[in-house]
Design a protein around this ligand. Sequence first.
Ligand code: C2O
Ligand code: CU
Ligand code: CU
Length: 570
Amino acid sequence: MKNKLITRRRLLRTSFSGSLLFLAGCAKSATTTMPGMNHGNMNHGNMGQRSSAATPMAMTAHPGRALNPAFTPDVDIALSAIQTDIVLLPGKATQVWKYDGQVIKGEASIITQLPNSSIGPIIRLKKGQKVRVRFTNKLPDKNAHSVVHWHGLHLPEDMDGHPRIAIAPDSTYTYEFEVKDRAGTYWFHPHPHGETARQVFRGLAGLLIVSDAEEQALGLPSGEFDVPLVIQDRTFNADNQLQYLGTGAGMMGSMMAQMMGFLGDKILVNGRINAELAVATRAYRLRLLNGSNSRIYKLAWSDGTPLIVIGTDGGLLDKAAQRNYVTLSPGERVELFADFSKRNVGDSLKLVSMVFEGAENVPVPAAYQSQSSGMMPMAMNEALPMGHAFDVMTVKVARDDAQRGSYTLPSAFSPVPRLKIGDAINAARPRTFEIDHVMMNWRINGKQWEGDIAAPEEQVKLNTTEVWEFVNKLNLKEMMDPMGMAHPIHIHGVQFQVIERKLAVPELQSGYDTVRAGFMDEGLKDTFLLMPSERVKVLLHFSDFTGKFVYHCHNLEHEDQGLMRNYQVQ
Ligand code: C2O
Ligand code: CU
Ligand code: CU
């Protein structure tokens, strides 16, 4: 398997004959408009768009939003984005950005901070609660405009965290909304255009766990037996500091990472390296989030025990599903049931990511491949390439539990509220979104991010159901994209159903077959993986709120580079 993968990569590389020309082209663009190369001044928004007339983007910060005295919150929280130091590696502390939260109104247990981690806080809410979050940007970099997006929630447009409402340091934006969503694992992260990848990379991400009466009645493992696990990859420099683009991987390496997506060489769970979870001999609920910038994981237990999946992005499944592995792309969540009752104290088990192929078929020019070429520093994607195998986390069975073996998972959970294809106004003519890569730009239907603009083909009607078809189009003549890249597609404001997948190019089938059994299409989704040459149909319904909502690739480098647009509900 591994050999085959290497051979395939080699093949793609050697078949790429125009690498010198390619490098010349890159160097030229790098000096002009390459995104991500210009650290500390990345908030100009219009990165990577050279062809069309310059669209003015969020250069000016949003002034913020004061609280509405007429809104009576059940839960009131102060949340700030701060810079701090955490001890992560032996020696020097690592400077991170993180969210810090305090409960102003409500039970103290609403907020949990993870010790010694940039991840968090974990905010626990109940369906139906009215929530106020007073977000203050306390980042030290005056260019670091930020905005909080509540990934997966169904919210009014001015509460959803649109890039246009990014605020400057020392400003406050007060979110006020009602939790209308099913019980599930949602999350929050920054969303300023052109800056999201860097801000998330530095540590800004938290979890939002929603519960409801229906879910509570099921009696799933709770409290300390309900464990959130945020999986990310990072790179550190010799000084223990986070190393993103343009800070040592070399200019060309940075540029490639900006185009393809950042891949770190260390795997972190809940912000910690070499993570260990000490468990008792009993049943657990594990909530996994892929909070990485671009890495896709193929998750499995190291001893071959199948994964028992109980939930996806939009909450619990109808009933448990069994998988040998789960494919989790950036932004996606999966909930697992794990029963350690049959294990003995002292046993250990690993959560691993398995080998896969086909997500990244971009030919990396030979000059990136080794330092011995003398041309370029080591490429950014080579330390731990996409699709290689590694350990994610060790589970150590640490103690016996009195409840050992006594728990039985309910045979059915809550019925997933499903839409019917017959209710779609365009079942026969899906609205199509074609993703391609032309002239070093990722595009949707030939367009990139244009700030607040939603095109005529991006207008939908309130209270309608539609079929959308996303097409990952190969562009064989394009130097970056001969066999394409996978894109985790995320649509704000809705939980949808994946109703059909088709692969257009038969040559890509073998790679596709290494990930497809891990897609959790039976649950509600807000993010799904679109593999190279794949066409995926989703069924969605627009309710409650009019306005503009973004949809984008959740490979954060792709998103920042412009693979994001608005759709407008009218
Ligand atoms: Cu989690 Cu628009 O993103
Ligand atoms: Cu989102
Ligand atoms: Cu993408």
